[in-house]
Design a binder for this molecule. Structure first.
Ligand SMILES: [Cu+2]
Length: 598
């Protein structure tokens, strides 16, 4: 071979080696549709023969304004896909971290436990929580809080780590409905969520519980928030003149109480942005008068939603069938009932599933979020459009349809939570405090405290849980809000029943995993509160996990606590073979041991 030939060969090999790099840099990471686009459904990854295998990669990229886009992509490049599973399915996800250290001031890392485990360590125990760490929380699923399933206190995957395997089974009795996945790195959850690091997980079979949905075409709509695209713009001329906006400590527009003005954050619907100040609506095409099941997730970091559909100025009926992944079916064995609403409040993290009827031929509707009064200390969540509903015979059908002839779900294994007596009542409260009490410019600290304990920010390094509960029991928790803004209470691993709201009993026929807690107005004689019945009956709740505010800047700044659910002693003895089948004195549940016993 001539020398020049070998150089040519070397150059050609170098060219070949560079090809993937060139191709990758030319491809946009986490691409986003333009404002006003048609709302496309996320791609579906469906389980096959009882198994869903997904290769997911956490990606990010900088926007021109310095904000960061995030997404999870699968091996085919599908962005933040829907994970569609059935009860009993095995889920295997290989998660690769390709996050880049971009953006300003976000690269600081908290190296909890790292001295014990080295710089990178075992992703199950490293506890390294930084802006480039990632992991997954499966919001709403009752699966064990252990590494490789749904554990977020220690599990953390770093860039350069091998793909990390999540492997868990969807419980046979997991209620069918809308769940979701997102990273849960303590102290660093807000930025990825604002950037779009979230996706839907659908447990199929809603039509088996709510036959009224059988055969309906369905849509998954993920509403996210993001930093304002037009930060310095004046409100649209069509808006009423409102008091000059104020900026809160996090740099967001503060609640002005008018329903108008600059929002704290922009919203997007399936990644189609609807930016302030003109809110150009995205487009949802429907056949005239068509009934569809909408599964709507509020994946916002801090924005409350109050959803409505308007034809002209008239709010339309939304036939609610499920909340937070739980069908409203325990008192509706035929599954034919709906709960008609004209607007649906969704705190960050919550979901609603409801039947929508499309506008008549040639007419349009408007999908909006109405204003939410978040309190004097809250952010501004004004009235705004999300999407125009365009009725046309040519509208394409949504990709998914519920089964037409569903087999009914097996009856619930456990008694309805509302009929089970709680073994105890606990009181918790949300509060906020200035880091330097007499300095209004100092940082705000956020607390979620068990009444009687010292209020302090959540400490990731502590192995002592704030609450210890017993598997097999149910408890009532009264949660107060002593601050002047809304908070959204969420607990991992389980659902609860809302019993009282502001001291008044409510009769809800469904369970939640995320709930709004009203703010203190400074004048009432007592703090506003809610009462929840917490369900620790499922053995999958055994272990240590967290409860927190789902407004992520509050969570990141310490508004979180941990709970350890202990295996019931009777159960442990049974497992160890000490009890005969059918019980005996040695098999009764021992008294509770609890550091918070009064
Ligand atoms: Cu909060």
């Amino acid at each position: 071979m001539h020398k020049s030939d070998s150089i040519t060969v070397v150059l050609f090999v170098v060219f070949l080696l560079c090809q993937p790099l060139i191709a990758q840099s030319a491809k946009t990471v986490c691409p986003r549709p333009a404002a006003g686009s048609i709302v496309e459904e996320p791609d579906d990854l469906r389980s096959r023969d009882g198994v869903l295998v997904a290769e997911l990669t956490a990606n990010n990229a900088a926007n021109a304004d310095g904000s960061i886009r995030y997404c999870f992509t699968d091996g085919e490049g599908r962005e933040s896909p829907n994970l569609r599973v059935s009860p009993g399915d095995l889920v295997v996800i290989h998660l690769k971290n390709e996050l880049k250290d971009i953006g300003s001031g976000t690269a600081s890392a908290a190296h909890h436990h790292s001295e014990r485990n080295g710089a990178t360590g075992d992703p199950c125990s490293s506890g390294i929580m930084s802006s480039v760490s990632t992991n997954l929380h499966f919001h709403g699923l009752t699966i064990p809080p252990v590494c490789h399933q749904d554990e977020v206190l220690k599990t953390s995957i770093q860039p350069g780590d091998a793909a990390f395997e999540y492997r868990f089974r969807i419980p046979d009795d997991e209620p069918p409905g809308l769940y979701w996945y997102h990273p849960h790195i303590h102290g660093f959850s807000k930025v990825p969520m604002l950037g779009g690091a979230s996706g839907a997980l659908i447990v199929e079979g809603l039509e088996r519980a709510k036959r009224v949905t059988a055969g309906l075409p369905e849509r998954v709509l993920i509403i996210r928030d993001q930093d304002l695209v037009n930060k310095n713009a004046a409100p649209a001329k069509s808006e009423p003149v409102v008091p000059k906006f104020l900026i809160d400590r996090d740099g967001d527009a503060a609640n002005n109480g008018t329903g108008f003005g600059k929002p704290a954050k922009d919203l997007s619907i399936n990644y189609v942005p609807v930016p302030y100040p003109d809110y150009p609506p995205a487009v949802i095409q429907m056949k005239p008068g068509e009934r569809q099941l909408w599964r709507v997730l509020n994946a916002s970091a801090i924005t409350y939603l109050n959803l409505a559909i308007l034809f002209g100025h008239t709010p339309q009926q939304l036939d609610l069938v499920g909340m937070d992944g739980v069908p409203m079916s325990h008192d509706d064995p035929e599954g034919e009932a709906v709960d008609p609403q004209t607007h649906l409040g969704l705190p960050p993290g919550a979901r609603a599933e409801f039947i929508v009827t499309g506008p008549p031929e040639g007419e349009t509707g408007l999908f909006v979020t109405r204003t939410v009064d978040t309190g004097p200390g809250g952010e501004n969540d004004p009235n705004r459009a999300l999407a125009t509903l365009v009725a046309s015979d040519e509208a394409p059908e949504p990709r998914s349809k519920l089964q037409s002839v569903p087999a009914p779900l097996p009856p619930a294994k456990e008694a309805w939570l509302g009929t089970v007596a709680p073994v105890r009542v606990r009181r918790l409260y949300f509060s906020e405090k200035l880091a330097v009490p007499n300095d209004p410019t100092s940082a705000v600290e956020f607390y979620l405290t068990v009444d009687g304990e010292e209020a302090k920010m959540f400490d990731m390094t502590s192995d002592i849980p704030n609450i210890v509960a017993q598997q097999g029991t149910v408890e009532d928790w009264i949660i107060e809000n002593r601050s002047n803004e809304l908070h959204a209470f969420h607990i991992h691993q389980l659902h609860f029943l809302l019993l009282d709201y502001m001291g008044k009993p409510v009769k809800e026929n469904f369970l939640r995993d995320t709930v709004n807690v009203p703010y203190f107005n400074g004048r009432a004689l007592s703090y506003p509160s809610i009462r929840l019945r917490m369900d620790f009956r499922d053995p999958n709740t055994v272990g240590t996990f967290v409860y927190h505010c789902h407004l992520l800047e509050h969570e990141d700044k310490g508004m979180m606590g941990s709970i350890r659910v202990e295996e019931s002693p009777g159960r442990a003895e049974q497992a160890a073979g000490l009890c005969k089948v059918g019980g005996g004195s040695g098999c009764t549940i021992a008294p509770m041991r609890d550091k918070n016993s009064q």
